[in-house]
Design a protein around this ligand. Structure first.
Ligand SMILES: Nc1ncnc2c1ncn2[C@@H]1O[C@H](COP(=O)(O)OP(=O)(O)OP(=O)(O)O)[C@@H](O)[C@H]1O
Length: 237
């Protein structure tokens, strides 16, 4: 496999407390990787560390063989890592299209914006219909789609989605994951954080299980679902 993102022995935390304890993980180029684990066990912190929003206390992270050490968050975006945070974090008073265009704020992305916008609208036709609508008036699922679309507008090599299912109805969660799977199937590298393994098991090439800030298991989704003892031990399933 061609490794896109590599984490080696990553430790980080807040104040006196470490949240991640020596996490090592390799993410392949193309397709879906999922980080699963209970709430509060460090999944968001892991994405924040990759995005340069948390200084590492030990270890290293590299993208395509290039170390990200010392890069600012905007330099990490420019290097190709796009982080769609938990919740919608849209600009509520702006329209769908204005929110989408904010994703292409870096000069290199701005030149590509019209082409990428067409791609986002092809993938998420509902957003095209609602492109003039103010973001605060969208449904929860539509807002989530705008967040994903805005992430795509940045044109990253790796798209990181922090719990895109959060707070949505089951049918809407299915729609979101259909879009995620379609993107991954088209070759986009995606790292998703999810609490419920069953939602990603049939879609993710690799699932990594984070428990108390440690990576306790990783493997294919089908393999995880066939291991009820792991689900029970770590996810209480
Ligand atoms: N800004 C912060 N300051 C101090 N502690 C924090 C901060 N953010 C998170 N933590 C703590 O770090 C731990 C891991 O949190 P994190 O958000 O990474 O977990 P998570 O697995 O993503 O959970 P969730 O899905 O609920 O966000 C938790 O104990 C949390 O209280």
């Amino acid at each position: 496999m061609s490794v896109l993102l590599s984490l080696e022995n990553v430790t980080t935390g807040y104040g006196a407390q470490n949240v991640l304890h020596g996490v090592s993980l390799e993410i392949a180029e193309g397709g879906l990787t999922a980080i699963i684990g209970p709430n509060g066990h460090g999944k968001t912190t892991l994405l924040r560390a990759i995005s340069g929003l948390m200084p590492l206390r030990s270890g290293s992270i590299s993208l395509g063989g290039r170390s990200l050490a010392g890069l600012r968050p905007d330099e990490i975006v420019a290097a190709g890592i796009v982080h769609v945070p938990q919740g919608d974090m849209l600009f509520p008073e702006m329209t769908v299209i204005e929110n989408l265009l904010m994703g292409a704020y870096l000069p290199a992305a701005a030149a590509e914006a019209p082409r990428r916008l067409e791609r986002v609208f092809a993938l998420l036709p509902k957003l095209k219909d609602r492109r003039g609508q103010i973001a605060s008036t969208l449904s929860g699922g539509e807002r989530r789609m705008v967040g994903i679309g805005r992430g795509l507008m940045a044109g990253g090599r790796l798209l990181m989605l922090d719990e895109p299912s959060l707070g949505l109805a089951p049918i809407v969660i299915d729609q979101i994951y259909e879009v995620v799977a379609e993107l991954a199937g088209a070759g986009q590298s995606i790292l998703v954080v999810e609490e419920n393994a069953a939602r990603v098991a049939d879609k993710a090439a690799l699932i990594a299980l984070l428990d108390n800030g440690e990576l306790v298991w990783s493997g294919a989704g089908a393999e995880l679902m066939a291991r009820p003892e792991i689900l029970e031990t770590y996810l209480g399933a």
